[in-house]
Design a protein around this ligand. Sequence first.
Ligand code: FE2
Length: 429
Amino acid sequence: MKGVTLPTETVFVMEMSPIKFGLGATDEIGHDARRLGVGKVLIVTDRNIAELGLPDKVRALLAEEGIKSEIYDGVEVEPTDRSMEDAAAYARTKDFDGLVAVGGGSALDTCKAVNLLTCYPAPLLDYINKPVGKGAPVPGPLKPLIAVPTTAGTGSETTAVAVTHVVEQNVKAGVSHRLLRPALGVVDPLNTLTAPPEVTAAAGADILTHAIESYTPRPYNARAKHPPPDRPAYIGANPASDIWCEKAIEYVGRYLRRAVLNGMDLEARVHLALAANYAGIGFGNAGVHVPHAVAYPIAGLVRDYVPAGYRTRHPLVPHGMSVILTAPAAFRFTYATAPERHLRAAELLGVPVAELTETERREALPRALVSLMREVGIPSGLGAIGYSEADVPALIEGTMKQPRLLAGAPRAVGALELQGILRDAMRYW
Ligand SMILES: [Fe+2]
């Protein structure tokens, strides 16, 4: 018998991939692949990671367990839909019953797309969220995918999303469905030691933005009630995701500067790897909102910004940079919806909030973010990566194509609000 019908949601769900964590966890990958019933593996990675040798090591570890594998190293950094389709076209010529993704978010997300497009062939755009794509659900179970991240950032090893740049519409968009979640995430901090300082900083900025965004969205019980099949993966802030987010914020605040200063600081690398995974679990359920929605056009409309530390000659805005650049402005905008959460986030970043005046409390989180950004070498605002006031309308237009993310914001966000946030984010110092 069903109880009283309530107008708002009363149920939240926590889903995550099983995670194997620790120094040397990668060495057990043959055992794990076998346990998952895999005999022939496609390893998906990019050329830079391949040159560093980890995919070859994974291949050898799989071979020790009698598992055959082939390496595809054509993943693009900040992958386009075309590059994902190319990877899937390659994969269709191969015989495999499981996948291993080795790399940053680009490799992990491309691998998720390859899994989807080879199990259920269709144009990628069919699966991409509306309004950019058709938003078709993943039709059924996928092959086992083991995700081995080499950056502490995206948390993609535990999330149900794959993000891509849709070339024809010049916009970033995602496929999101619970069946995309990897069968296992192997989070081995040793694999992050090779990340250069700039990559470490941008990836760390992604962790922090995931954690604070999924700590501050519209709460699950302030949203419309959904029947189980229609309940979105991103359900809003809830008591379980809060725990993961808080720990992730604390670790980034304590360890990101150290890992950027000294990539061999193992204690810092371990805690950032934990933080990335914790934030992935947090946002993979609660969902992100304004900074991630605005980040899609910020990355998509880049003209000539070529970041240091990335082995690319092509203009691109690293994902973590694209999200943190509007974060201080966005959390200034959302402060009034939940002052205690914004203050708690600032406190976890080391701000002594009890000593602050009311005016200072409003600014505590934006200031803490700006000071961290400065210290780890993130640019001073959107102006520093080539945007100006003249770009604001196009950035707003691109952001409005992310209604799924904007719906997660704790207060209504339209063109006028976005204009305020974007102007505020042009230059912080
Ligand atoms: Fe992100």
